[in-house]
Design a binder for this molecule. Structure first.
Ligand SMILES: Cc1ncc(COP(=O)(O)O)c(C=O)c1O
Length: 392
């Protein structure tokens, strides 16, 4: 019951996400927000210009449900440049409202009442509510810090005749680890001969460090046959507020995904799609420098924090960095993040909300998609706090 109206919440235990809570508190406290994952620097002005032009040209009415073909062709070109494979822009690519909608649509397309989806903790928070809204349940397999490796044997033990989906995220938010080719091989072997689809959240596909390359399900012929691969121009073009993402899947899976998409958002803002298409046509390499760009930011922040008491873990990808405050406090991460907010005036993201049953750990997630000045200021806040709080 809510008030006097008979109403049963479908997600009674779901509150506001940790990202929104921390960002809201950061505003209230006047704290520096190094928690939530969004850039604080401008987009490429040429991308902005492209949007102004498309609006002026009058491309302001409904886009086709599956996305404007000009953009889907650019996406196919990008995929070919990245993974040396051909995808059919007409039958295999759907433009969505950010990666988030692609995740949601894929889950609704596959999961029915009583079905199971396997996800890995620490898990991005959009997966479980979508599975539950579809009537399914998540089997959560923990990854142990600080390595955060896949426990494939545990996955095998949890496969049942109700397993319909395995959700993998690489590069992984929030652990900043990446899947190896061997992980894909094991995943393919586990799914083989079973009615299991793969949902591959690859929104950080272009942000891998130290010379690593991304092991996409699209580059694995067997996995590709049963996978929804999810991407985001929010990440790739530093434009999280544009909310443009896409899903790549074989024609049969794409057809099912589109049945959900057309009654969910129907289609994505037309001028934004044309603007991105035009921009990628003019600057097809716009995304190729992302790893180097973020690696420099990782190294800057990690270098400033090393030895301070906030010990950086070595991030393999994503635009985050984990720091271990264990040398300063044994408090749990929620309490410690709250204390940093109040005393150091800095917002960070604790890791335990990403787990169903969090292990004992003293890790916080920082976002490196910030101007160098912001990263330096964040390091200063943290180092000043650490200096005033010698080891327990
Ligand atoms: C792992 C992961 N998946 C999906 C998303 C959602 O992407 P989008 O902002 O394009 O909806 C995010 C955003 O932070 C993310 O970190």
């Amino acid at each position: 019951m809510i008030g006097s109206v008979r109403f049963q919440s479908k997600l009674p235990d779901v509150g506001t996400t940790v990202f929104t809570v921390m960002s809201r508190r950061a505003q209230e406290e006047g704290a520096l927000n190094i928690g939530q994952g969004f850039p604080d620097y401008p987009i490429d002005p040429r991308l902005g210009q492209s949007l102004i032009e498309t609006i002026a040209e009058g491309r302001n009415q409904y886009a086709p449900m599956e996305g404007v073909i000009e953009l889907r062709e650019q996406i196919a070109r990008k995929i070919h440049a990245s993974y040396a494979i051909q995808v059919d822009p007409r039958a295999e690519i759907t433009v969505t409202c950010g990666g988030t909608e692609a995740l949601y649509d894929s889950i609704q397309a596959v999961i029915g009442r009583g079905d199971e989806a396997i996800i890995f903790d620490p898990a991005y928070d959009a997966y479980e509510p979508a599975v539950r809204l579809a009537g399914g349940r998540c089997i959560r397999i923990p990854m142990a810090p600080p390595e955060f490796r896949y426990d494939w044997e545990r996955v095998r033990r949890h496969l049942t005749e109700r397993t319909r989906l395995i959700i993998v995220n690489s590069p992984q938010n929030p652990s900043c680890t990446v899947a190896e080719r061997a992980d894909l091989e094991t995943l393919a072997a586990l799914a083989r001969d079973r009615p299991i689809s793969i949902l591959a959240d690859e929104v950080y596909e272009n942000v891998l460090f130290d010379g690593r390359s991304h092991a996409s399900v699209l580059s694995h012929a067997e996995l590709r046959e049963r996978s929804f691969a999810v991407f985001s121009f929010g990440k790739t073009l530093h434009a999280t507020g544009w909310r443009v993402g896409y899903c790549v899947a074989p024609p049969k899976l794409t057809a099912e995904l589109r049945k959900v998409h057309q009654f969910n958002t129907f289609s994505i803002a037309a001028p934004l799609q044309y603007a991105i298409a035009r921009y990628l046509e003019q600057f097809p390499d716009a995304w190729t420098g992302l790893s180097a760009f973020f690696e420099a930011k990782r190294d800057l922040l990690a270098g400033l924090l090393r030895g301070s008491g906030f010990e950086p873990l070595r991030a393999a990808g994503t635009y985050f960095l984990l720091v271990d405050y264990g040398a300063l406090s044994r408090a749990n991460d929620l309490e410690f993040a709250d204390r940093l907010m109040r005393e150091a005036k800095i917002a960070t993201i604790p890791l335990s909300p990403f787990y169903a049953a969090a292990p004992t750990m003293t890790l916080l997630r920082l976002c490196i998609a910030k101007r160098d000045e912001t990263l330096k200021a964040a390091a200063e806040h943290l180092c000043t706090f650490a200096a005033g709080h010698p080891q327990p």
